[in-house]
Ligand binder design. Structure first.
Ligand code: MLT
Length: 333
């Protein structure tokens, strides 16, 4: 009798563990084949209206059209995007919570947060690169400098007066200006916001002096003359702003950054789901209308060989290895 009970208990325990494992994975292989059968949340870890949000909405549009299901953006902001990234890392690995992350959240965050709560390389499965945009140094309209040389001279003689807006420690706007500041040798006041869309508003209101942001963030306001772009942080000028010289042309090649934006799912997501998302993203990026939209935002086109999970995993690794030491040195200066 006791042996019979023990046998039944062991069987129940095994069934319980199996059910718990399926629940943890969040999806069975049959469900993975049918994916997606309900609305999918795409976490954008920064405020609405900025580069991350605009890029995340392009991703949502691609997935919705190619996978025949509703995909929606949820802006989960805070701590340079790491609040949203952590939420995505801890979500069930079932494809129903996706992260539209970037160089900061998915590669460099550990340089800034010793207790991050997730490992960008272990806790996420890459889906694919969406876009890369060079950053711009943009100052308020009445800032007393019209090029990088004048900016450096002003910044060096007025370091205490400068207010820099950024999207939080470890965000790409933070990282961009960190590279700029370390090249110049200044440490101005860095003011965190939940994204660079609110930074731009503060700059338009004259409350912030400047920011370093991927080109799409300020493009229309630069073109309208409401803020001034002093430098493209790249070797090549942007075709959208042909009159804005690069940092290299202006003698500050260390200010060079074109952060990637990409799609990630929690580690352990079934391969069938990863494949479906990667395929849909690839198809979307092949569309002429999507390519035009990204080009109009200042992105360089992502050629086929740089698409997909493996290429994004490699990019995360190589950008981490390349930039971590530079950032650590810049932060310690
Ligand atoms: C944004 O969308 O607010 C920025 O791209 C975030 C950032 O600076 O990392």
């Amino acid at each position: 009798m006791v042996a019979e009970n023990n046998g039944r208990e062991a069987r129940l325990a095994r069934q319980f563990i199996a059910a718990a494992l399926v629940a943890m994975a969040g999806i069975s292989s049959a469900q993975a084949q049918d994916y997606p059968v309900r609305t999918v949340t795409v976490i954008v870890p920064f405020a609405a209206g900025g580069p991350a949000d605009i890029t995340g909405r392009i991703v949502v549009d691609i997935f919705s059209r190619h996978l025949g299901q509703k995909f929606v953006v949820e802006n989960v902001v805070g701590a340079g995007g790491t609040v949203g990234a952590l939420r995505a890392a801890r979500a069930p690995a079932n494809g129903y919570t996706i992260l539209s992350g970037h160089l900061g959240t998915n590669a460099l965050a550990p340089a800034f947060y010793p207790n991050l709560g997730y490992d960008p390389q272990k806790d996420f499965e890459p889906i694919g690169l969406t876009a890369e945009y060079p950053e711009l140094l943009v100052v308020r309209k009445d800032f007393p400098a019209n090029n990088l040389k004048e900016f450096v001279a002003y910044a060096k003689s007025n370091p205490d007066k400068l207010n820099v807006g950024h999207a939080g420690l470890g965000s790409v706007s933070y990282i961009g200006c960190l590279l700029l500041h370390s090249a110049i040798g200044i440490k101005p006041t860095m003011i965190p916001f939940t994204g660079t869309a609110p930074v731009l508003n503060a700059m338009l209101a004259g409350q912030v002096d400047y920011e370093c942001d991927p080109v799409l963030g300020t493009l229309s306001q630069v073109q309208a003359g409401n803020v001034k772009a002093l430098a493209v942080a790249a070797q090549k000028r942007s075709p959208l702003l042909p009159d804005v010289p690069t940092s290299h042309e202006q003698g500050l090649p260390q200010f060079d950054i074109a952060p990637f934006y990409g799609v990630f799912v929690p580690s352990g997501t079934p391969q069938a789901v990863v494949d479906k998302l990667a395929d849909a993203l690839n198809k979307g990026l092949n569309e002429e209308a999507v390519q035009k939209r990204l080009a109009d935002l200042g992105a360089e086109s992502v050629e086929q060989s740089r698409r997909g999970p493996k290429a994004l995993a490699d990019l995360v690794k190589s950008e981490s290895a390349r930039l971590m030491p530079i950032l650590k040195a810049a932060a310690e200066k």
